[in-house]
Design a protein around this ligand. Structure first.
Ligand code: GLY
Ligand code: MN
Length: 462
């Protein structure tokens, strides 16, 4: 946990943004895997962690935005629990650790909410994403669980985003720790990328690395020779010379801050000429995006810059044709780069995605572009100092997409389909770094994982 003052300050900042009603925050509960007592790895809700810091299940909290009072709700364990789990900290001690003055058993949360409603005051809550939280809110408000999200507080959503999206020095230090673990995960995987090795063994080996440090992966490892499938969790392949292994993974620090990196490695460590050419375009797009990222520029424009680097490189190879600016405007690059350049990262790997991507990634000035590929850009708005973001361009050859566009003559003026068809079994390349936006530019967080062609070739099998 951070020091008490950090949580006190965060809640004080929230009270400056929210002046009416109360805020209701639900922590997560244990979630059964296959029977009640055999639970999934416990993950606390990230906004609860941000404001209340306590990494235990079964808690709730209320902040009265008018009186300033704060309440923590939860149940102390009984002797039966102590026999199985050992002595647990008391609720009152948990509250003290985070500077919350009032604590009470969990069922008192219902009484408190009823009291506020009876006073005609608004109860603000964030959109729940877990069934258990939806059920609690449905009981509290007498709503059907399917309708609970409709009544989430947009005002609270926007206030929480405003605070959480600018990372302070304590948070950056945590993200750096997560990045150091992510570095080890990637380099370990790269070293194992030899023909005959199984994808599963590499995936399992690198997944264990954050556990060794007492943390966890920030999302299930993506590791595959079929990198053209963007989020491929099938690790059933055996590595073959001539193929590329795409690895997208990261860790959570002990305090649940994330890292998220992608590297693409040739099996046995030597790129073919064709692979080198495509790889260098993706690396150029990644480097161009890093060079352009700074406060005051929209990430949408950085995305489009990366798209132009990709379109221009593919044109040089004869895979695309025509005017590069016109091709990107028409969305022709998206057959090869059908996703966004990146997203915010913090307590969630896709930070605050539960609060609504449109509010995290866009604002009144920058709106999403409704075009295939660019529509998937999770972060488009103007960058600010203190943002932590990912930069993850890619080039993929997706046979089903190539066939569809060729059959329907989509962007026929900008794509040489005959040439593209020579790459049908190429797979995909994505290169992802994590960036901190500084006052006049940005910096890579953590040591850069081997990324140049020479660095990669010097790492595999070593
Ligand atoms: N690293 C997975 C993603 O950003 O979607
Ligand atoms: Mn990512």
């Amino acid at each position: 946990m951070f020091k008490k003052e950090v949580y006190v300050r965060r809640r004080a900042d929230l009270k400056k943004l929210m002046t009416k009603g109360v805020g209701l925050f639900l922590g997560n509960v244990e979630s059964p895997m296959n029977y009640m007592d055999n639970t999934f790895h416990f993950r606390q809700d990230s906004s609860f962690l941000y404001f209340f810091g306590i990494d235990h299940p079964g808690l709730g909290a209320i902040i009265d935005f008018e009186s300033g009072e704060e309440f923590l709700f939860g149940n102390d364990v009984e002797i039966e629990d102590i026999i199985w789990m050992g002595v647990q900290p008391k609720l009152v001690d948990k509250a003290e650790k985070i500077g919350v003055a009032n604590s009470a058993p969990f069922n008192k949360l219902f009484d408190k909410v009823k009291e506020v409603v009876a006073q005609g005051r608004k109860v603000h809550y964030l959109p729940p994403y877990r069934g258990e939280s939806k059920i609690i809110l449905s009981e509290v408000f007498g709503l059907h669980p399917s309708r609970v999200n409709e009544y989430r507080s947009l005002e609270l959503v926007k206030a929480v985003i405003k605070l959480r999206e600018v990372k302070d020095a304590f948070e950056i230090a945590e993200i750096e720790k997560a990045c150091a673990i992510g570095y080890e995960m990637h380099v370990t995987g790269m070293k194992m990328a030899l023909a005959g090795e199984s994808e599963q063994k590499i995936a399992g080996t690198i997944e264990a690395i954050p556990l060794k440090y007492g943390g966890h992966y920030s999302f299930p490892v993506i590791l595959t020779q079929n990198g053209q499938t963007l989020h491929n969790h099938d690790h059933s392949g055996i590595l073959k010379e001539g193929k590329l292994m795409l690895t997208d993974c990261g860790a959570e620090s002990l305090m649940h801050y994330a890292s998220d990196f992608t590297r693409t490695t040739p099996i046995n460590g030597t790129f073919t000429q064709k692979q080198k050419e495509i790889y260098q375009i993706v690396l150029d797009a990644n480097n161009a995006a890093t060079a352009a990222s700074k406060p005051g520029i929209t990430y949408q424009s950085v995305h489009l810059l990366a798209a132009k680097v990709i379109a221009s490189g593919l044109k040089d190879l004869g895979l695309m044709k025509g005017d590069v600016d016109a091709a990107v405007k028409a969305g022709a690059h998206a057959m090869f780069f059908p996703h966004g350049l990146g997203h915010q990262m913090g307590l969630d790997v896709h930070d605050m995605e539960d609060l609504g991507q449109i509010y995290v990634g866009y604002d009144d000035v920058t709106r999403p572009i409704d075009q295939f590929g660019t529509a998937y850009l999770r972060l488009g708005k103007e960058l600010k100092e203190g943002y932590v973001i990912t930069n993850e361009p890619g080039i993929y050859f997706i046979p089903a997409l190539i066939d569809k566009w060729q059959a329907e003559k989509i962007n026929n003026d900008f794509i040489n389909f005959d040439k593209v068809n020579e790459y049908r079994d190429f797979g995909g390349i994505r290169l992802e770094d994590d960036l901190l936006i500084t006052n006049n530019g940005c910096k890579l967080i953590g040591d850069r994982i081997p990324i140049t062609i020479a660095e990669i070739e010097n790492t595999v099998g070593k």
